[in-house]
Design a protein around this ligand. Structure first.
Ligand SMILES: [Zn+2]
Ligand SMILES: [Zn+2]
Length: 440
């Protein structure tokens, strides 16, 4: 399998003398198998140059683009993607919506008259959209597994396998907890990961030959930018080491990061992996660079047409918010109602349990520190009942110590979010558990 980086930058294109070596285009990666099949990951501004190359290569193209999420830096190249302008070309765009608009509406809007001179429907190419969530599907004989990661809008990571080669693409993603492992473990293993979200993330990367992972920040920068939805280089190295990955290409470089700074980070990332006792190879993805991952002993599957179950992200759900602080209750309710959810309110544990039984909410957002009956007790009551074993319960609390997070998961909580929470993170995490009822 060949991997080529057409764009490596996060947030906004940053061309100029400071970014010559690693590139200024936003994120776009091309994968090509030994059998000549191609997958495109994300459509940042790097997609434009890839499109120019593709139209010179063949008269009729069959292209599949996997979009992680619909933020600008991952989609801005699409209006300029030359293959869209030829009727012989077939393009399928896979994405998850994350809002009350479906994927096709989002891209139609991107190219509507106010934003761009040529609309999507005026493009001669055969363009189709597949709305996906967490699932497994095939494109030709490439196997794709998608998994929600932790960003400010619903975002998918992709695990791509062909023959014996496995590549995982994860951007944009923020660590679920401040540290990966319990602080008191000497030789930690997978079970010693503090937050269930991080544990699941490591499982998704497990054993990959190459992980292309968000590392927009350093650990110190991430401290100041919690809630922005990005990883630190240290975290990217830690999860790859924990997952037994062979190579880490870190990507989604901060637009302010110069070539010299990226070179220093590359050395620091590599040194950190060694310090953790790992053979992991760490490097910064550079625009225009290519990697070859040898494929051997490939059992060719019969090519099948891409088929994915449709996913309705326009979720109309009922959410119970449990919080004893009126200002917090008002804030949370307002954020959720803006997404069209019906909101039930409880200001203590007893009220919460009554409302769960009487009104059957689809999800519970649960504060911990409340008078009389705290959130952990509510959780225990709920999980003790057969009926509410599967009900998504998200703890939202200012109790951010490791032992509290562990206590939450041991009590059967679905997810654990630190207060204060930004509206974007709250919306993304709630929607994530509403659209994906599996793998809790
Ligand atoms: Zn991004
Ligand atoms: Zn983003």
């Amino acid at each position: 399998m060949r991997v080529k980086f057409w764009g490596t930058r996060g947030s906004i294109p940053s061309p100029g003398l400071r970014t010559l070596r690693y590139g200024g285009n936003t994120i776009c990666v091309e994968l090509r198998t030994d059998t000549g099949q191609r997958l495109i990951l994300d459509g940042g501004t790097g997609l434009r140059e890839l499109g120019r190359t593709l139209v010179q290569e063949a008269d009729a193209l069959d292209l599949n683009i996997l979009i992680s999420h619909t933020h600008w830096d991952h989609t801005q190249g699409l209006p300029f993607f030359a293959p869209m302008n030829r009727p012989e070309n077939r393009i399928i765009i896979y994405a998850t919506s994350g809002t009350d608009k479906d994927v096709m509406e989002i891209f139609t809007q991107q190219m509507d008259y106010a934003n761009f001179p040529v609309s999507l429907e005026e493009r001669p190419g055969q363009i189709a959209f597949r709305e996906i969530g967490e699932e497994e599907f095939t494109i030709g004989d490439i196997r794709v597994q998608s998994c929600f990661v932790n960003h400010t809008i619903l975002t998918l990571g992709y695990r791509i396998s062909h023959g014996n080669v496995c590549i995982v693409y994860v951007t944009d993603h923020e660590p679920f907890a401040p540290s990966l492992y319990h602080s008191n473990r000497v030789c930690p293993d997978l079970d010693d990961i503090v937050h269930a979200g991080d544990r699941r993330h490591v499982r998704f990367l497990a054993g990959a030959d190459l992980v292309i992972h968000d590392a927009q920040f350093t650990a110190a920068e991430l401290e100041r930018r919690r809630g922005w939805g990005h990883s630190s280089l240290e975290y990217a190295v830690e999860v790859c080491v924990a997952a037994g990955v062979k190579q880490l290409a870190f990507i989604h470089h901060d637009p302010d990061r110069s070539d010299e700074e990226l070179e220093r980070l590359e050395a620091a990332g590599q040194a950190y992996a060694r310090q953790l006792g790992s053979e992991l190879k760490v490097f910064a993805a550079a625009e225009g660079s290519e990697i070859e991952l040898p494929e051997t002993g490939i059992a060719l599957a019969t090519p099948v047409l891409a088929q994915t179950p449709s996913l309705d992200t326009r979720v109309h759900a009922r959410i119970l918010v449990v919080d004893d602080e009126p200002a917090m209750m008002q804030y949370l309710s307002m954020v959720l109602m803006r997404d069209g959810y019906e909101v039930l309110q409880a200001s203590n544990g007893y009220e919460a349990l009554t409302l769960v039984r009487e009104r059957s909410p689809d999800l519970v957002l649960l504060d911990v520190m409340m008078p009389e009956m705290d959130g952990f007790q509510v959780l225990r009551e709920l999980r003790a009942s057969e009926e509410f074993q599967e009900l998504p319960v998200i703890i939202l609390t200012a109790l951010t110590a490791e032992q509290d997070i562990v206590r939450g998961f041991e009590g059967g909580v679905t997810d654990y979010i630190d207060k204060p929470v930004t509206p974007a993170v709250l919306r993304a995490r709630v929607r994530r558990w509403l659209v994906s009822r599996e793998n809790r």
